[in-house]
Write a protein that binds this ligand. Structure first.
Ligand SMILES: Cc1cc2nc3c(=O)[nH]c(=O)nc-3n(C[C@H](O)[C@H](O)[C@H](O)COP(=O)(O)OP(=O)(O)OC[C@H]3O[C@@H](n4cnc5c(N)ncnc54)[C@H](O)[C@@H]3O)c2cc1C
Length: 246
């Protein structure tokens, strides 16, 4: 019933932390068990709320890392001076409880019927909702061609590296490492710029759809670059994580 679904999305629910997976030295994926989870779409997010012993509460948004049909999971990057992310990435253990509200968002979502070709551009943890989209594409057997341009500080900071290395047919992954590169690195070795976008992006004539996610300044620079290439603004979907990330 629609009323039930709406109430479910807006209500805080207790989640139990399931498995905890280290993705990089500073990034961790948390599987969350939420009784009666209504399911989600690729690209949506949840709100997480923590309550301290003295009643102080803090809320943050986290993109859903798992594909539709998979159990809920989030992937959190630790900001050393942050309030919430150090707790989520260092303190939480399997069996701990926290509060979740969602799924949230109907704009930054992709499902096979939306089509493509898809240009996915991520900065740092901005790859999280795009990973959900890639998983959804694979599990649905979609043939939509995809190019992912993913900017990280170093190879060790690449989230989901093994999974991205085994990209499915029709998916091309381009890495940009902004701060350090391993010996023999053949990928990009600078921040995403107009020249890089021109090399990686689908031609405008193909009618691509772009999803751009990451720190606010990254997203704005990439979106401006795509508009400069002739992408119609309405074909560029953006998700800003705030002044965080890489
Ligand atoms: C839709 C959405 C989806 C998101 N998805 C993800 C995700 O998948 N993974 C992920 O890791 N993050 C994601 N984020 C970011 C996440 O919500 C948090 O912002 C992030 O985890 C940092 O939270 P924090 O409490 O650790 O840091 P905060 O305490 O909020 O601090 C963040 C930064 O701001 C600085 N800061 C804090 N207060 C001030 C101040 N008063 N003045 C100046 N600077 C200040 C801090 O030094 C720190 O660098 C998402 C955000 C949005 C909006």
């Amino acid at each position: 019933m629609a009323g039930t679904a709406v109430r479910g999305r807006l209500t805080w629910q207790t989640a139990t932390v399931g498995s905890v997976t280290d993705e990089t030295p500073t990034v961790r994926t948390l599987a969350l068990e939420v009784p009666g989870w209504p399911g989600h779409r690729a690209g949506q997010h949840v709100d997480i709320r923590l309550t301290a012993d003295d009643g102080y509460q803090a809320e943050r948004a986290y993109s859903i890392a798992s594909a539709p049909g998979e159990p809920l999971a989030i992937t959190v990057e630790r900001l050393d001076d942050g309030e919430v992310s150090p707790y989520l990435t260092e303190e939480l253990r399997a069996g701990d409880l926290l509060e979740v509200r969602g799924p949230i968002g109907g704009y930054f979502v992709w499902e096979p019927a939306v089509g493509g070709p898809l240009l996915l551009v991520a900065g740092g943890s901005g790859v999280v909702p795009l990973r959900s989209m890639l998983r959804e594409r694979a599990s649905a057997g979609s043939q939509v061609p995809v190019r992912l341009l993913y900017s990280s500080r170093s190879l060790d900071d690449v989230i989901y590296r093994a999974e991205l290395d085994m990209a499915a047919d029709g998916v091309s992954v381009f890495h940009a490492l902004t701060r350090s590169q391993p010996p023999g690195w053949t990928g990009y070795a600078r921040r995403v710029d107009a020249q890089m976008l021109a090399e990686v992006a689908w031609p405008v004539a193909d009618g691509p759809l772009a999803y751009v996610c990451g720190p606010t300044s990254f997203v704005e620079a990439v979106a401006a670059g795509l508009v400069g290439l002739g992408y119609p603004a309405g074909r560029i979907k953006t998700e800003r994580f705030g002044a965080t990330g890489q």
